[in-house]
Design a protein around this ligand. Structure first.
Ligand SMILES: Nc1nc2c(ncn2[C@@H]2O[C@H](COP(=O)(O)OP(=O)(O)OP(=O)(O)O)[C@@H](O)[C@H]2O)c(=O)[nH]1
Ligand SMILES: [Mg+2]
Length: 329
């Protein structure tokens, strides 16, 4: 059945194509829906318009919020924060989709991801926060991304081995960052000689090793892009190298897991470990539970590495991975 669209519809559509703001887009789409003849032949078009209207509403609300100066904030969660970086189509969202329950949009065109989005990656019995981001190109970087890199415990720089431009696109990300005071390095530190210059530890992650010619492109990457970062070659979609990378991510966070035991219970709570930076103490665990708790802490009994079971320790005792503590107040 022909759709028989009216001239008014076509005009609204023309304006929609030229719209320069989400508000304008929304107004045009609503007009198109009003003008659309409602019959079986236009069912599909109606559904598409409704979906676009819902999206435009969301975008215009977001734009309005941004105008009001609401600052963009993603709360920290889990054992650490890992930010995914890379050029368009590198597979950042595919990686997030592979290792979390999140369902980010994955698609073979650039700028599929429009804004930074968090998701939680399980690793053994802890969760690690991943932040998916829009791509960085020669002339675009989401305004929130630099701050997120500086605040992250680790960055993954993904490289697209599925297309020839992947290598240049990786170089563009590095060149872009080199013009800012936010850089990637083997470890995280603040440069003492150059105020504001911050390095975030990073891993280089060439992706799509399953793709034809991917190995040749990996060679070219090594030859042409001077980047001195630990490398983990993966296929986010086929799974190759993923177990090694996930392990490396957890190791790079340099945290220890500590389980707590209630004095009246026989068994510790193995469901929910606390995570501390390596070097963290019994006092730090108490802080994580509650400030008041930390203030009245007298000591703890400890089961774990290098001590007899149930040894009494003080607040300044440094904990190891998988230690069990029973805090006393
Ligand atoms: N062959 C192959 N294709 C992949 C792999 N990972 C991602 N892709 C494909 O690459 C395309 C881009 O993937 P995305 O995850 O959307 O890439 P992105 O880095 O999030 O892209 P932007 O959001 O635009 O920055 C999609 O068509 C994916 O199916 C992989 O491991 N192997
Ligand atoms: Mg994406």
């Amino acid at each position: 059945m022909p759709a028989n669209l009216t001239p008014q519809y076509h005009k609204a559509e023309e304006r929609y194509r030229q719209a320069s703001s989400p508000e304008e887009e929304l107004a045009c789409l609503q007009e198109m829906l009003r003008e659309l003849p409602k019959h079986k032949g236009t069912d599909k078009l109606q559904a598409e318009l409704k979906a676009k209207i819902a999206k435009a509403k969301e975008d215009s609300q977001k734009a309005q919020k941004a105008k009001k100066g609401h600052s963009f904030k993603i709360p920290r969660q889990g054992a650490g924060r890992v930010i995914l970086l890379g050029g368009p189509n590198a597979g950042k969202s595919a990686f997030v989709a592979a290792v979390t329950n999140a369902k980010p949009e994955v698609a073979p065109y650039p700028f599929t991801t429009r804004e930074p989005a968090p998701a939680m990656m399980p690793w053994e019995d802890v969760l690690v926060q991943l932040i998916d981001t829009p791509p960085i190109t020669r002339d675009f970087c989401d305004p929130n991304v630099l701050g997120l890199i500086r605040g992250a415990d680790l960055a993954l720089l993904l490289v697209d081995l599925g297309a020839d431009e992947g290598i240049d696109q990786c170089q563009e990300v590095l060149s872009f960052l080199n013009q800012t005071k936010t850089r990637l390095g083997k470890t995280s530190y603040l440069d003492e000689d150059d105020i504001g210059l911050s390095f975030t530890q990073a891993l280089l992650v060439p992706n799509k090793i399953d793709a034809p010619e991917a190995r040749d492109r990996l060679q070219l990457l090594h030859e042409f892009v001077p980047v001195d970062l630990p490398e983990y070659v993966i296929s986010a979609e086929q799974g190759e190298g993923m177990a090694e990378l996930r392990e490396a991510i957890y190791r790079a966070l340099d945290v220890v897991r500590v389980y707590t035991k209630h004095p009246n219970h026989k068994e510790p709570d193995y469901e929910r470990p606390f995570t501390l930076r390596r070097g963290g103490t019994v006092q730090d665990v108490a802080e994580l539970i509650h400030k008041d708790f930390a203030q009245s802490l007298k000591g703890a009994r400890l089961w774990g590495q290098g001590v007899h079971d149930g040894t009494q320790v003080k607040g300044d005792h440094v904990l190891h991975d998988k230690d069990v503590v029973e805090l006393h107040v």
